[in-house]
Ligand binder design. Structure first.
Ligand code: NAI
Length: 395
């Protein structure tokens, strides 16, 4: 176990879905963990959840039950009225509280008052800029993004994000630490959605668009993406699973932060679902009906139509990955790793683009752009250049 800031104690602020998962990861890698939450009872619920997770790991042989007990013994819960003093001994503090800039900035400011100068401050934010979080701190060079995926103990990907003022040495040591936890880390630029939440947008957006255009129904689009595309879940099933409140808001936040680039424009169909309270699985109803006894709609198992659907989404996904590479959001290798480890895509998008043929994908995008007259389908300059040079992505 490597140390940060001269201490191996990890602080986690926010004991919700992400904070408890992150605490579990750090505990199972041998750290002492200080876990706090502003809401009375939240840390007790988190303890129960991570205890369940650690016991399950022990049952599955991923650790001994003695190790699970020892991990729980290293957990220190902080009550809301204790303040931040218990974080004084931390070498790293990861914040996983509510996604609001002012609240996160205030939290970092308070924590900075008690921790040592070498303590690294990390945010698990999905959509806020690391630059803006760092700017609130006395020492912005120690602030970075360490973005886990849900559930944190299960999903291997972690995006590491440096803000304008982050010290590269802090990025390197935080990355080494998280790598040591057995996670797959990738470096992402401090841009909206980082890698995964940006590059994955067309998976949902193009499916919604095809539904709106009447290309096919929900069940057929899901069937096509799974059977022809090889994705584990169809886009509508996945949106229902994530919840339309969460999924729609991520899209809206990326779109807004990208100065309303039409490529990321949210769907009214999804917004109406959200407004109607059909939030997906958790509400019992989303695109599908989850009531007991409800019959699942049958897809039209038409290979030709399925291929049209899959190719259109893939063209948009590869274009998005190419543009992220073009704008240096991440390296080609990290883009591939992010989409296969973070969202379980069957192949890296750049490699997939090579396989299908970049020329074919470009033609497809140009045809969509011509037919719709929309900037949404504009090909990335990198894709154009590669086709012109008869090049392939180096992956
Ligand atoms: P959550 O709502 O499950 O948990 C947030 C916790 O923070 C709550 O227990 C709340 O009481 C506590 N909290 C709020 N303000 C606080 C404060 N000022 N001080 C201390 N505790 C406070 O939320 P979740 O899903 O765990 O998300 C946390 C962060 O992680 C957010 O920034 C979110 O964008 C990010 N994230 C969420 C993912 C997800 O799939 N849920 C995935 C990756 C990142």
């Amino acid at each position: 176990m490597s140390a940060l800031g001269g201490s191996t104690v990890v602080g986690v602020v926010g004991a919700g879905a992400m904070g408890s998962g992150i605490a579990q990861v750090a505990l199972s890698r041998g750290h002492e963990v200080v876990l706090a939450d502003a809401l009375p009872g939240a840390t007790d619920r988190a303890r129960a959840a991570l205890e369940k997770g650690l016991r399950r790991d022990a049952e599955k042989g991923r650790m001994t039950s003695g190790d699970a007990d020892a991990a729980l013994g290293r957990l220190r819960l902080v009550a809301p009225d204790e303040g931040v003093a218990p974080f004084a001994s931390c070498g790293l503090v990861i914040e996983a509280i509510v996604e609001r800039l002012d609240v996160k900035q205030a939290t970092f400011r308070t924590i900075e008052e008690v921790v040592g100068d070498d303590c690294v401050l990390a945010s698990n934010t999905s959509s806020l800029s690391i630059a803006s979080l760092g700017a609130a701190c006395r020492r912005p060079e120690r602030v970075l993004g360490v973005h886990f995926f849900n559930p944190a103990p299960v999903l291997p990907l972690v995006e590491i994000v440096a803000g304008v003022r982050t010290d590269p040495a802090v990025v390197a040591s935080a990355r080494a630490l998280v790598d040591g936890w057995g996670k797959a880390t990738v470096l992402a630029a401090d841009t909206p959605g980082f890698i995964v939440n940006r590059v994955a947008r067309p998976f949902y957006g193009e499916a919604l668009r095809m539904l709106e255009e009447g290309v096919a129904d929900v069940a057929t689009i899901d069937w096509a993406m799974k059977t022809v595309g090889g994705f584990r879940m169809g886009p509508f099933e996945l949106m229902d699973f994530i919840g339309h409140d969460v999924n729609y808001l991520v899209t809206e936040s990326v779109w807004t932060a990208m100065y309303f680039d039409p490529r990321y424009r949210p769907s009214l169909t999804q917004k109406r679902l959200l407004e109607a309270g059909w939030l997906g699985r958790k509400a019992g109803r989303g695109f599908y009906d989850y009531a007991t006894g409800a019959t699942a709609p049958e897809p039209h198992r038409d290979e030709t139509l399925g291929t049209v659907i899959f190719r259109r989404t893939l063209a948009m996904l590869v274009n998005e990955a190419a543009d992220a590479l073009h704008l240096r959001v991440a390296s080609a290798a990290d883009l591939e790793l992010a989409m296969t480890k973070g969202v379980n895509y069957p192949k890296g998008l750049l490699a997939w683009g090579n396989e299908i043929g970049l020329g074919k994908l470009l033609e497809h995008l140009e045809a969509l752009q011509f037919e719709t007259g929309e900037d949404r389908y504009r090909p990335s300059p990198l894709l154009r250049r590669m086709v012109r040079n008869d090049d392939r992505f180096a992956v």
